[in-house]
Design a protein around this ligand. Structure first.
Ligand SMILES: C[C@@]1(CC(=O)O)c2cc3[nH]c(cc4nc(cc5[nH]c(cc(n2)[C@H]1CCC(=O)O)[C@@](C)(CC(=O)O)[C@@H]5CCC(=O)O)C(CC(=O)O)=C4CCC(=O)O)c(CCC(=O)O)c3CC(=O)O
Ligand SMILES: NC(=O)C1=CN([C@@H]2O[C@H](COP(=O)(O)OP(=O)(O)OC[C@H]3O[C@@H](n4cnc5c(N)ncnc54)[C@H](O)[C@@H]3O)[C@@H](O)[C@H]2O)C=CC1
Length: 221
């Protein structure tokens, strides 16, 4: 499988199943997408997600319904999601969700299987994140517990990466504006991301100052 980063803003995700697994997937996609969760019953964890916090988060709506596998197509046609998650504990229903999604060319995440390699099937990776810097881990679906463990090991490595991303993004723009050749810009940016001093600076300002010093040194060479 090949990882891609998908921007879910302005899109809808339809989750079938309101248990622990449905909750985990709904919470994840609710960072960006409008999420609709359809289930006969909802786990308690959902409660805070359903509350309108008045922030800019897109809405996450519960729909309490018991679904028959033959009705899944209608639900998909009505919701027109970019991605559908099959997270019920009923394998026949999850199967129907997968089939209806693939008939419509909609991406589908089957949570009760690890072998799904049909067209349009997606696997949700373990994700370590610092701001918009993201590392996704997958094991080809074979060992989610290993994905989780690797995510935990990677998390400390990522601390501070968002600041380095902000600082280097600004630096790149600046170097481009100055019309420097691509190779020179690359050497300067590489030296900055490699620098412990940039990573360790206490503030964004401090990090920026160090980055400028290092970049100017490279440009002067
Ligand atoms: C294929 C996949 C499909 C998908 O969901 O996309 C899938 C499938 C299944 N998971 C199962 C079990 C567990 N899943 C977790 C945890 C996570 N599972 C996630 C992803 C994936 N799980 C996809 C593969 C990703 C990859 O390639 O590695 C993570 C990474 C992301 C997320 O879900 O957010 C998240 C960790 C997030 C984090 O912590 O960072 C734990 C660990 C725990 O709970 O401690 C256990 C118990 C231990 C164990 O069984 O290993 C079962 C058996 C159910 C049963 O037996 O009933 C199936 C079905 C089957 O294997 O058939
Ligand atoms: N991918 C993953 O990370 C993991 C996947 N799993 C798998 O995910 C599935 C779900 O696990 P849990 O959330 O723990 O189960 P759960 O039993 O807590 O929740 C199941 C949900 O499905 C709903 N549901 C079942 N039949 C329905 C119907 N006909 N119409 C509407 N809603 C219906 C229930 O109301 C409930 O909300 C299991 O099959 C399990 O094998 C389990 C652990 C991890």
């Amino acid at each position: 499988m090949i990882p891609l980063f998908h921007d879910f803003r302005g899109e809808r995700v339809l989750v079938f199943g309101g248990g622990r697994v449905g909750y985990r997937k709904a919470r994840r996609f609710a960072r960006e997408a409008e999420v609709v969760v359809v289930a006969a019953a909802f786990a308690d964890e959902f409660e805070p997600l359903f509350e309108d916090e008045g922030d800019e988060r897109p809405p996450l709506s519960p729909v309490k319904a018991r679904i028959d596998p033959s009705d899944v197509g209608t639900w998909l046609d009505r919701a027109a999601p970019a991605l559908v998650v099959a997270a019920t504990d009923d394998a026949a229903l999850n199967e129907a969700v997968e089939r209806a999604a693939s008939e419509r060319g909609v991406l589908v995440n089957r949570t009760d299987e690890h072998g799904g390699r049909d067209a349009g099937s997606v696997v949700v990776p373990a994700t370590a994140r610092d701001g918009n810097v993201v590392v996704a881990v997958g094991t080809g679906g074979r060992s989610p517990a290993l994905s989780r463990e690797l995510r935990k090991r990677i998390e400390p490595e990522l601390a501070g990466a968002e600041t380095v991303a902000v600082v280097t993004a600004e630096l790149r723009e600046d170097l481009k504006r100055r019309g420097l050749p691509a190779e020179t810009r690359r050497d300067a940016v590489r030296a900055v991301v490699e620098s412990d001093a940039v990573w360790r600076a206490e503030t964004e300002e401090g990090s920026k100052k160090k980055a400028t010093e290092i970049a100017e040194r490279v440009l002067g060479d």
